[in-house]
Design a binder for this molecule. Structure first.
Ligand SMILES: [Zn+2]
Length: 254
């Protein structure tokens, strides 16, 4: 590979219409998409429209510069968030959205310590069944915002009698440091009509309402309770203000 590559004129002309600059108070979000993404969902192939976004401290309308900087930005060392959109998300009267916090162990490995992996697939299926919606996959939310390495240490503390909240606080973190501002900026760029939020977490509902997003309702997302995550899920309900909807109800990183 040579040093700094300039994006070709041809490539730029293809890409520039697929990049959207979303201005915010402290910089910008660059949203790229839609990209057709066929997904295997419980054995069925479902077509989603996928968008990815990049957060930036400054606002630059010169997309050539933005693209030219990518090769030296070392983005693989960081995580970028993205969103899967289904149906006519912009125009349908009713749409379901899920703000899913990344969970490396649950989403990728299928860990049973939480039910994030189940919730991820289940919310995608609920969006498809509903006919319209979006799943936001929030890459800076690992371990409720403490990061994967710290989450590993929190798990060790949990194996030694700490609950989820105590473990995070013992490591010097606040219990929940997740922020939804960028995702809400992206949501507002994709849709201005009200949305129904898929969550058991009233903080997510509050974050959207605070940001001025019109909300038409909330749909809970329970399931996949097992002996491995029962104590964890009960902590979410008792210590973190999650709503207990059903008897078997319990929630993960949600
Ligand atoms: Zn999880």
């Amino acid at each position: 590979m040579s040093d700094i590559q300039m994006v070709s004129k041809e490539a730029l002309s293809v890409l520039k219409d697929k990049i959207k600059l979303i201005k915010k108070d402290d910089g910008a979000v660059y949203l790229v998409g839609p990209i057709r993404l066929p997904v295997n969902l419980y054995g069925e192939t479902v077509i989603f429209q996928w968008y990815c976004w990049l957060n930036s401290n400054n606002e630059n309308e010169d997309f050539q510069q933005i693209i030219d900087n990518l090769s030296s930005a070392n983005l693989a060392e960081y995580q970028q968030s993205s969103v899967l959109v289904y149906g006519d998300f912009e125009n349908d009267e009713e749409a379901l959205i899920r703000m899913h916090s990344i969970c490396h162990t649950g989403d990728i490995f299928g860990s049973k310590r939480c039910d994030c992996g189940f919730q991820l697939k289940q919310s995608m299926q609920m969006i498809v069944d509903h006919g319209s919606g979006a799943l936001f996959y929030l890459a800076n939310h690992e371990g409720r915002g403490i990061g994967l390495f710290s989450k590993a240490m929190a798990y060790i503390l949990q194996e030694n009698g700490y609950d989820t909240v105590e473990a995070n606080e013992s490591l010097g973190f606040v219990d929940d440091s997740r922020n939804y501002d960028d995702a809400i900026h992206v949501l507002k760029a994709l849709r201005t009509k009200p949305v129904t939020l898929l969550t058991n977490n009233p903080k997510k509902l509050a974050a959207l309402i605070d940001a001025g997003m019109p909300i038409s309702g909330r749909t809970p997302l329970w399931g996949d309770v097992s002996e491995y995550n029962e104590a964890y899920l009960q902590t979410k309900i008792k210590r973190s203000g999650h709503l207990e909807i059903e008897d078997e109800g319990t929630c993960p990183n949600d």
